[in-house]
Design a protein around this ligand. Structure first.
Ligand code: PLP
Ligand code: ZN
Length: 390
């Protein structure tokens, strides 16, 4: 069987729904829906070793992805990215097991390709022909690419000051680009209005169930690449939170399947000083975040002042014994240079934030030098050349 998708389940009220028609948030309470799979059946029918021999994209995990018909998959080779052992960088920090998961090698240069390959493919399978998305920038480029691949109409809304690469890639791939005087939440409002007036399907992060499914493959791959083991800690640059939430969900699926054992990794969320709603909520002991006023940072992907799925991000951090911390823009640029010169990886500022967080957490003895630590580099530095021009 290609996909073992079974139903959708609300993360708050627990109500379940069939997956045969388009659905966004929970019709009963408005919160995030999770895709649920027939894991007992999958466990009986598939051996994890079968997946090891597949390569080429995240669709090697098709049994745990939502598209039922392989013909409907819109793929550009997303996922299956390297998990580099960062020996030189690790050596400088006194770490023997430091890894960088390099998502910069994805189509459109970021991990957004995973979520949007999954969500746009599923929309395509469900007969949807027109989609819309608000984006800090990178998700827009990815939607534009997968919509083009599926012959679908795409509308993208992003802040006027988003990186040039995001505007150019969205346009060249034929999407209808609207630049917004404001941030992603303002873009979200416009996208919702356009969805209503023109019958478009809105792919806002975690406001439909399938983007997180694509993102969870980062976690599935990390486990596979470590020999079916979960790392001790994952440091993740957190904006909307889809990556943390997806990986957290994916690791539970692997545990249920008996494909890994042990404790989930500690999830560590990093945010910029200029936009840290999750860090504040975490420190305040709150279950949800408040809108972060006047959000500002060079790490455009982290300029998400009020994430829709804040309650799930906070749950993933707390449940795994993780933490949340903020870092400065200047430190991110310094860390981009450090990673590039030590490891030959030109990572994005969001990814660089994870190194700054790592340094801080080692100083604070929150992390232990013997742990298996994964830094998640979410994208390529090539999308942010403007930042580094002197
Ligand atoms: C490069 C990059 N890193 C991180 C993020 C934050 O992602 P998430 O929504 O998974 O928290 C984004 C989102 O736009 C991004 O573009
Ligand atoms: Zn509900």
């Amino acid at each position: 069987m290609y996909s073992y998708l079974d139903h959708l389940e609300c993360t708050i009220c627990g109500e379940t729904y069939p997956h045969a028609q388009p659905i966004r948030t929970c019709p009963s309470c408005g919160k995030v829906l999770f895709a649920r799979y027939d894991l007992p059946k999958l466990k009986r029918e598939v051996d994890r070793a079968q997946l090891e021999t597949r390569s080429g994209s995240m669709w090697k995990f098709s049994e745990l992805l939502p598209v039922l018909d392989p013909e409907k998959v819109l793929s550009l080779g997303e996922g299956d990215t390297p998990l580099f052992k960062a020996s030189r960088l690790g050596g400088k920090l006194g770490l023997s097991n430091l890894y960088i998961k390099d998502e910069g090698l994805n189509p459109t240069g970021t991990f957004k390709a995973r979520g949007l390959s999954a969500a746009v493919s599923k929309a395509h399978e469900l007969g949807i022909t027109k989609v819309t998305i608000p984006s800090a920038g990178n998700a827009a480029g990815a939607v534009a690419a997968y919509a083009a691949r599926g012959g679908m109409e795409a509308h993208v809304f992003m802040p006027r000051d988003a990186p040039a690469a995001n505007k150019i890639e969205s346009e060249i791939m034929g999407s209808n680009l609207t630049l917004v005087d404001g941030l992603i939440n303002d873009a979200g409002r416009l996208s919702r209005e356009r969805a209503q007036s023109e019958g478009l399907f809105d792919l806002s992060t975690l406001q439909e169930p399938y983007r997180a499914e694509g993102k969870k493959t980062m976690g599935l791959e990390i486990a596979l690449q470590l020999g079916w083991r979960m790392p001790d800690s994952i440091i993740y640059p957190t904006g909307g939170g889809t990556g943390i939430i997806g990986m957290w969900k994916g690791f539970y699926e692997l545990l249920d399947l008996g494909w890994v054992e042990g404790k989930l990794p500690r999830f560590i969320a990093v945010q910029p000083e200029g936009c840290q709603p999750i860090v504040k909520a975490f420190n305040d002991g709150a279950d949800v975040s408040e809108l972060w006023p006047n959000a500002s940072t060079i790490a455009d992907g982290l300029r998400v002042p009020h994430p829709f799925s804040d309650y799930l991000i906070l749950k993933a951090i707390r449940e795994t014994g993780g933490t949340a911390l903020s870092v400065s823009d200047d430190d991110m640029v310094r860390a981009m240079r450090d990673v590039a010169s030590a490891e030959g990886l030109f990572i994005c500022p969001e990814g660089a934030a994870t190194l700054v967080a790592l340094e801080r957490l080692l100083e604070d003895h929150f992390l232990d030098p013997d742990e298996n630590i994964v830094l998640l580099n979410t994208g390529s530095g090539y999308k942010y050349l403007d930042l580094l021009r002197n």
